[in-house]
Each structure stands twice: as C-alpha cells, then as structure tokens.
Write a protein that binds this ligand. Sequence first.
Ligand code: PLP
Length: 420
Amino acid sequence: MTDTTPASTVTTTAVSASAVVDPVIARRNRYMTLNYPRFGIAMAEGRGCELTDTNGKQYLDLFSGYGATILGHCHPELVAAATEQAAKLWHVGNQLDTEPQTLLAERIARHGFDGRSFFCHSGSDANEAAFKLTRLYGRRDGGDRYKVIATDRGFHGRGFAAMVATSGDKARRGYQPFLEGFSHVPYNDLAAMEHAIDDKTVAIIVEPVQGEGGVHVPDDEYLPGLRALCDRYDLLLICDEVWTGCGRTGRWFGHQHWDVRPDIMTLGKAIGCGLAVGVMCADPRVAELFSVDSYQGVPHATTLGGNCISMAVAARMLDVVEREGLVERAMALGDHLTAALQDWAGKLPIMEVRGRGLFVGIELDPTYQRTATEIVQAALDRGVLIGPAGERVLRIAPPLIVSQGELDRGVEVIAGLLGS
Ligand code: PLP
C-alpha cells in the first residue's frame, strides 16, 4: 500500500506532496492522533545501538528513545527476561503478590536510599503519585500544607499535576483550570527557593540534572542546599530522576553525585528499558502514609502497575548494569564524549557542552542560524539519531552499552554538520 499524503502533517521536515509515503506513516496519518512532531521515518528493527527503518536504512541511536532504552535495543538478557516471564505469568492484579515486583523494589532500594516503591506506568504517573503522597504528608499532623515548589525550565510530565509542575506554558496551553498549589523559581537559586517557601509549602520537586530544559547541571551547593531547606522547613525533597536514573549520569541516581538523600525519588524512561514503567520510591517514614493501614483504605493504585513482564525486565536490567559496571562506564564514556565535543567547541558554533555521564547537552551559539531540530533532522539524514531540547540545545543520551567508537562516529557527524 502506498499513499501520497505528506509523511507527517506535523512534520518538522518538508515532504513533497507527491512523495511516496511509507505505509506505516500513511496509516498513522489516517488512524492516529497527530500529537507528536515526527520526522517521517518509520523504524522496523533495533539491535544494540543500531536502528533499521522500513526502507532498510540504518541509524546509530544516540538518544535511546528519550532515554528509555538504557541497554539499547533487544538486549539478549532483557529479551530472555521478557520471554521467560511471558511464558510464566503476565498479570494478576495487585490484591495478589508476584515475585518480579518484589525483586525490582529490592534492587531500587539497594542502589538508592532504601526507600519503598510504588509501581506505575510513566514518569508523569510517578510524579502524580509523589504529589498525592506529599498532600498526605502535609496533612498528617492535622495541618493543611499542600504547595509544591518546582523550578523554571523543569519538566515533570503531562498529567494534570505533573503538567503544572512543569515550567512554562508550552505543555499546558488550553488545559485550564489548572490544579492549584504549584509555583516555580529559577533553577540553581537557593535564595529564590527559600523566598518562595510559605506556611502552606510541603515539598520541592527538582531534577538533579535538568533534561528537557536543556541538560543543566546545578552548582555543587544546590542539591545539598535544597536538602537543608527541606530539613529546616519540614518539606519533602522530591528528586525527579526520570531522565537521570538508572546509571545514565554516572551514578545509579543523579542525586548521588551530591550525596543527598531525597524523601521521594521518581523514575520512568530507563527503568522500563522501553516498556511502560514508572516508579515512585519514598523514604519509609513518608511511604508509611501510602499504606492501607494509615490511610484506612486504598491511598493510590493502578491496575497494571507492577505487571510481571515489565518488572522482570526492569529487575534484570539493574542486574546487568551492576554486573557489567555500566554506571562507572557511563561516567568514563561521558567524560570522553564531553572532552571530544569540547575539543570541537572553539572551532564550531557551540556555546557550551555540559552534562554528566552519558547525558550531554550541546548549546548552539545564539548567532547560529539553524535550530536544534534542523540539526537533528540533518543528523538523521546521515544515519545518526540525537535529540533536541528546545530550539538551541542538542542532546546526546545513548544506551549505556554504546562503544567509544560509536560515540566518536556521532561526534564526527555532529561536528561535520555544525561546520558545514
Ligand atoms: N520527568 C522528567 C524529568 C522527564 O524528562 C519526563 C519526560 O520527559 C517526565 C517526568 C515524564 O515522563 P513520561 O513521559 O514517562 O510521562
């Protein structure tokens, strides 16, 4: 089946009306909501860091599906975990226990801060759960604290609470009335944070390294300073680790770079390795409020949260990351990547290269004519997949199994594009 409608009605690429369109894209145009800006390329297969489109063209994947495919595509051990579990048990409902949930929760506790996990389906879901828990915390002693302070440029998802915790108008235009109780202060500014706290404030939510906002690493004082503010005013510190979790930044979780213990950590993307998993992990003292006993009912729930296949895959992923030393490797390869990009920076329209581990942002010079999305499109044409963050930042977030040679190839292509 061929079709002559443009590859994408919301595409970032100019596609001539007479172009022959991939049947996958033709069906998408006909049967799906067109809420995503897409490049008009349909992927058919993946192996490691390599993707193959429906025309057989190959791409080096240096973006991991917005950070999700942390071990690349079809990692043999994850395929084994999924198929073994698929042949055993898929789902029973959360009135019953299943081992894969407990194995994953145990591993998250071990690599993190010994918290208790609630399982759901996305980063946004995990943050929604966190916000509900903070409300219980603010009322646990008969008080009425419910406000959450977030940061400018922060991104926390698209659910009704996550959307208002997210900074700016872009994700929420048209969706009024908004949930009240969320405010924003500049990232990396402790004085602004303290100034925003009032007697209704119950929590601060922060990304240890901002992702969608353009890969911003805070000063070393920032997270410890937020911890101190939370201790002083009895607030919960929520670290949104949806981008920074599971080893990407060269620590198991981003907050560990600064030796800070959050009260709540949220995970998504990488924890599911490409399956739909979100996690809200809370310090036991706080998690206690999410128990049937203390709530005297069901404080929060979701039917498929913790389904056996996703849990088995996620638990296996953490085992592979640990066994293969991929956290340390992410740090070492990230240093290599950053150094290689910085070598180019003086000769190319690059204003700054920043990030931690295998989470790297390249901010384009303000005088440079092309947008980040145009560069991403051009890189795709050359067989390399990277991501934009807004208009001016390119993002590199490869699977942790990427080789140094693959990173070097990516750098070469990006440098070639920016230099042309
Ligand atoms: N939190 C952060 C830091 C994110 O970057 C994102 C998505 O990009 C989310 C939450 C939302 O995650 P999801 O898209 O899985 O709902």
